[in-house]
Structures are given as structure tokens and as C-alpha cells.
Design a protein. Structure first.
Length: 127
């Protein structure tokens, strides 16, 4: 095959490939059908309840408490004591199945626990 014939063959194949590619027909947004019961929600409210026994707390009776997503994003930072439990409603991505709670206990020891989310709730008692 000569160089001229080779160029012609490559050009022909290229043209045929371009002619064979047709974009998919566009659908207007007003024509999109959403299945029944589908929501566009990406997060949900989770009721979090945490308590702490006096033995889990420093001598002051109060401890620093962080509640975070598994990726480390802190959703709550505050204090907890044996008399005042923490009850919160946090907005949590639907993809997250658990939260992390970290309590700074006696002698600065950090106690981190996983809080599984079940039925839009998560609870734990530090002991």
C-alpha cells in the first residue's frame, strides 16, 4: 500500500468514526420523572444522647466533649458532667453510619468511642 493510499484509508476511517458518534438526545429538566417517594435529602437529623458517670470525669466534675463525623469534622464541642447529660439533634450526612465522641477524662486521658446511628439516634454512657 502506498503512502497516499494509507493516508486515504486513515482519513476514511476517521470520518466514519466521527459520523458514527451521535450525541444522546437532550431531555428537558421539566420532563424528568422522579420516582415516587424519592427525596433529594443528603442529610438527616440524629438525636444524640451522652451521659457520663462521675468516675469517667476529671476531679473538677466536668469534661471536654467533642462529637465528630468519621472523617474528623467536629459537629459539637462542649462540656459534659454527671448531672447534665448532653442531648443534641445534629444534622448528619445519610452516608454516615456512626459518629465519634471524645471525652477528656481524668489526667487528660482521651476516651474516643464510636456511636452507631440507628433509627436516627445515637447514644452512649461514659463510665
Amino acid at each position: 500500500m502506498t503512502s497516499s493510499n494509507m493516508r486515504m484509508a486513515v482519513t476514511t476511517i476517521g470520518i466514519l468514526a466521527l459520523l458514527g458518534c451521535k450525541p444522546a438526545p437532550q431531555q428537558a429538566l421539566k420532563d424528568v420523572k422522579v420516582p415516587a417517594g424519592f427525596t433529594f435529602a443528603t442529610s438527616h437529623g440524629v438525636d444524640v444522647s451522652l451521659t457520663a458517670a462521675a468516675s469517667a470525669l476529671p476531679a473538677s466534675g466536668k469534661a471536654a466533649l467533642d462529637i465528630a463525623r468519621a472523617d474528623g469534622k467536629v459537629l459539637f464541642r462542649g462540656q459534659i458532667d454527671a448531672i447534665n447529660p448532653v442531648h443534641l439533634r445534629l444534622s448528619v450526612p445519610l452516608k454516615d453510619g456512626a459518629l465519634l465522641a471524645t471525652l477528656e477524662g481524668p489526667n487528660g486521658a482521651r476516651n474516643t468511642v464510636s456511636l452507631p446511628i440507628a433509627n436516627a439516634a445515637a447514644q452512649f454512657q461514659f463510665r
